[in-house]
Design a protein around this ligand. Structure first.
Ligand code: TRP
Ligand code: ZN
Length: 902
């Protein structure tokens, strides 16, 4: 990183409080797409807790400065510089009015104020507010806002901002205005406005204290038929946060707005959440079961931010996980509770477990990889170049696991006491991850000093387990050793000492039942699942009165974000898969078994050796298929092979082609070996009648469509093609229709099969959904992630699709559907031996960088693991990275490629 253009590094250690505070902000917008004029009147005063300075430095980017007045008089001591404005010659407290202009129609970055579909939207997190007006754009400056919007009445009939609508009216000359007031102090990143031709679904609701609230979901007129699910999800979120955490909605009105041009999933602006259409719009014809549950999760996530993020916010961006890790944990718990329904029991335990498994799969596939690569960072990073690059799997998903560990250690009630104390102490403040940890510790009379390492150490912890059973004394001795999995140098540098790890486990007897657990020194056994507090480098736990040699069930429910090494035999894994009372570990046993076999096969494939599959794997899968006590959703998860990305990550040297060969081989063996069972499962899990997005029905569709996916891989997929065609034609929902299309594409990949059926379905799908952008995204994504074959070169198809009239790089969802899908979700094609995938990647990163650096940087990350690949691939990737490094301009992409090149 010796490049002279290397951008500045921001360090956590350099934090200083702001020299000035802003108490109130009055914003007036004259909304015109080509040039919007903003008048900003602030009440400022010196911060008593900061060192005095002579000048006030306001941040500003991409704006035209017009004028400034101080306490109502023109002020000459104002200078525009490359970071914003310097204002000097100032008293201790004053009113400052600044007029500036920006160009929303030209703003392709989707940060700040921009136009999408002819309407105005804002996105301020993390540092977009400084593209709207000059400001102390940092989260520890909290103010109350009054916002006046003025705009043409016909083009922009709806004018929205944070808080409560206090006045609206006509301005004559075809224009109108609306004035909004947000009674709560907030940081600038939570400001939002929306203006345009939108319609709403609305509903009134009484919250716990008996107050009536107005809930609205705003969309473009043709999307009104896809808003009910988001509204239902919002109502459920409001009810859940009251029940689980005693947290009530604090505003009279709560709005969700959908926009199709959006950099991420959604944004928690106070009282005016702005969402990517992907996480709002759903009806059975256009959205899959996965879409329905993602919408519920994201609506919940943004709503829960109202307390964890907005009422209590972050002191600085290094504390991002304070709000994101905590809010992901809350949305995961919400989704689990929703899936489980209200009645306790075995079915609801299984439903909670499937949610947990889904979340852990994402963590292990994405976050563990991040932790092993050049972007590895602690949950609370120490430095960054561009903060937008740190909205990561580590901050969000590992951050959520860190919050979950408090609950595992303190119990649900203890965790709730910690939350209560956190709000009691910090409501209305901008605080740190340490403040959260202290609230958890103090509310429970515990010392959680060692737990701080979860925030400061990067890398994935690795626990080695050794077990010894002494039949004579009936003692079972477990020795746990902790260290870190292989990590980058940057990650290793943060690793200082052992972690406090909640290690949950059970011991299983020969008959498959849990044994009672009694630790040395205890009088009575205490339950059959225990959480051990593992705090030392190496620690021994002795269980007494253990009647027979047990099989350990380790890290139940994935009680910590770690890797566990224990030498299970294939027989033992099959036994756990059949008997473990912990549904997570039951699934985990099957994954371990499959992973072990797949990695051995990948190794053989890379050496060009013949592939054969252990019958144990086939019979373990058969057992899952035959077990009628399992829910279909669980069966689906247990029968799914680990992804190619995850497998490649487990190899000393990643060989995507070998992994692909191994995984296709095993899939085909399972398809052939269990052929009759797949057909039976397909028939048994149909969901005739009206579509319902319930966990039960979704589980059945998932299992049925997995069966179809296996059948489509048979050497002779004739029957699969018949089933898929019929399913495609008869489908009354997108889950079944898109799964059928996907099966047709897979069946068509085998080379011996005529692809006209698949081609016909593809073109039918396009025509049917031409006017539904989110469905057309699926159409692009299905093609970009297809297996390909002798008659189907996927990169060629992707390049051709880029010429399709419906394709545009400017819309992030569309770019993601085609380009990210290819580069991030089709490893065998992306990592083609000739480097063609990498060359394509380089072209697209450079093209995107010119219009939207945030999105370009995300794409850039799909090649960051390049050093892990085979030498031939590494060489090609290196060339592509150098190419990008020589061409890109944004801080965002530069940080990624420079870290990757190291
Ligand atoms: N705070 C948002 C969330 O987690 C995510 C977010 C951060 C975001 N920066 C963004 C969304 C930029 C859109 C654009 O819910
Ligand atoms: Zn969030």
């Amino acid at each position: 990183m010796s490049n002279s253009t290397t951008p500045a590094v921001i360090r956590r250690a350099d934090y200083t409080p702001p020299a000035f505070l802003i108490d109130t902000v009055a914003l007036e917008f004259n909304l015109v797409p080509e040039r919007t004029v903003v008048r900003n009147t602030m009440r400022l005063r010196r911060n008593p807790d900061a060192a005095p300075t002579a000048t006030l430095e306001l941040m500003g980017e991409q704006m035209e400065f017009i004028s400034a007045t101080l306490d109502g008089r023109p002020h000459a001591d104002v200078h525009v510089n490359e970071n914003g404005l310097s204002v000097s010659n100032i008293p201790d407290a004053f009113e400052l009015t600044i007029e500036s202009a920006c160009k929303p129609a030209e703003n392709t970055t989707l940060s700040g104020l921009y136009v999408s579909g002819g309407n105005f939207f804002t996105q301020c997190e993390a540092e977009g507010f400084r593209r709207i007006t000059y400001f102390l754009d940092r989260p520890d400056v909290m103010a109350t806002y009054t916002v006046t919007l003025r705009a043409d009445k016909t083009a922009y009939p709806v004018l929205l901002s944070n808080g409560n609508l206090i006045e609206e009216g006509d301005l004559g000359d075809g224009r109108h205005f609306a004035r909004w007031e947000d009674p709560f102090k907030k940081p600038s990143y939570l400001f939002a406005l929306v203006a345009g031709k939108l319609v709403k679904l609305e509903q009134r609701m009484k919250t716990g204290s008996g107050k009536e609230k107005l809930l609205q979901v705003w969309v473009e007129p043709h999307d009104l038929d896809k808003t009910q699910h988001a509204m239902d999800s919002l109502v459920h979120s409001i009810e859940w946060d009251e029940r689980r955490f005693g947290l009530e909605l604090d505003l009279d009105r709560f709005m969700i707005v959908a926009v199709s041009d959006f950099n991420m999933g959604a944004m928690e602006n106070k009282g005016l959440n702005i969402f990517n259409t992907k996480y709002v719009l759903a009806n059975p014809e256009t959205a899959t079961d996965v879409d329905f549950s993602n919408i519920e999760a994201v609506v919940g996530h943004e709503y829960f931010h109202n307390w964890t993020g907005n009422r209590v916010t972050c002191r600085d961006w290094f504390q991002l996980s304070l709000k994101e890790g905590l809010t992901v944990f809350r949305d995961q718990e919400f989704s689990a509770d929703m899936a489980a329904g209200l009645e306790p029991g075995a079915a609801s335990d299984a439903a909670r477990a499937t949610k947990r498994i889904d979340d852990v799969r994402v963590l292990r596939q994405m976050q563990f990889a991040e932790d092993a690569g050049p972007m590895a960072h602690p949950v609370r990073p120490e430095s960054y170049v561009e903060i937008n690059n740190f909205y990561t799997m580590t901050v969000y998903e590992k951050g959520s696991e860190v919050v979950r560990m408090y609950q595992t250690l303190l119990g649900r009630d203890g965790f709730r006491r910690g939350m209560d104390l956190y709000f009691q102490r910090h409501d209305g403040q901008a605080v740190t991850c340490d403040d959260f940890r202290h609230a958890m510790a103090d509310a429970n009379g515990r010392d959680l000093a060692q737990f701080e390492r979860w925030y400061s150490q990067a890398g994935t912890p690795r626990i080695t387990v050794r077990a010894r059973y002494d039949a004579a004394t009936k003692r079972y001795v477990l020795t746990l050793t902790q260290g870190y999995a292989e990590a980058s140098e940057a990650a290793r540098a943060t690793q200082k000492g052992p972690l406090l790890i909640p290690f949950s486990l059970g011991l299983i007897g020969k008959n498959g039942a849990d044994l009672p657990l009694k630790l040395d020194g205890e009088k009575e056994p205490q339950g059959t699942t225990r959480v051990l507090e593992f705090t030392e480098q190496e620690q021994t736990f002795t269980f007494t009165d253990v009647a027979e040699e047990p099989l350990p069930s380790l890290l139940r429910n994935f009680s910590a974000p770690v890797v566990v090494d224990y030498d299970y035999t294939n027989e033992q894994l099959a036994f756990l898969l059949a008997h473990d009372s912990d549904p997570f570990n039951r699934w985990e046993a099957g994954q371990r078994l499959a992973t072990r076999e797949l990695l051995a096969l990948a190794d053989r494939a890379s050496k060009g050796e013949e592939l054969t599959l252990d019958d144990q794997v086939v019979s373990a899968f058969a057992q899952v298929l035959d077990n009628t006590t399992l829910t279909p959703a669980f069966q689906e998860l247990a029968l799914m092979l680990p992804s190619e990305g995850y497998l490649a990550e487990q190899m000393a040297v990643s060989d995507p082609a070998a992994v692909h060969a191994a995984r296709v081989f095993v899939s085909r063996r399972l398809a052939t070996g269990l052929h009759d069972r797949w057909l039976a499962v397909y028939e048994a899990n149909r969901t005739p009648g009206e579509y319902r997005a319930t966990p039960d029905d979704a589980g059945k569709r998932g299992l049925k469509n997995l069966a179809l996916a296996y059948l489509s891989q048979l050497d002779d997929p004739t029957r699969a093609i018949e089933l898929a065609s019929a399913q495609y034609d008869a489908a009354n929902n997108m889950t079944d229709r898109s799964a059928a299309l996907s099966a047709l594409l897979t069946a068509g990949a085998s080379g011996s099969v005529d692809t006209t059926v698949a081609d016909a379905a593809l073109s039918d799908f396009y025509q049917r959904f031409e006017s539904e952008p989110l469905v057309i995204d699926k159409w692009f994504a299905l093609q970009a992630t297809q297996r390909g074959g002798p008659k189907r070169n996927v990169l060629e198809i992707v390049r051709k699709l880029m010429q399709h009239p419906a394709f545009t790089l400017k819309n992030p969802n569309r770019a993601r559907s085609l380009i990210f899908s290819f580069c991030g979700a089709n490893p065998a094609q992306f990592h083609a031996a000739d480097g063609s995938g990498y060359a394509f990647w380089a072209e697209q990163v450079v093209a995107l960088d010119a219009m939207n650096p945030q999105v370009a940087a995300r794409l850039a990350r799909t090649l960051e693991q390049w050093r892990r690949y085979t030498p031939a691939l590494r060489e090609q990737a290196h060339a592509a990275l150098e190419e990008v490094a020589s061409k890109v301009k944004s801080r965002d992409v530069r940080e990624i490629v420079e870290k990757a090149l190291g």
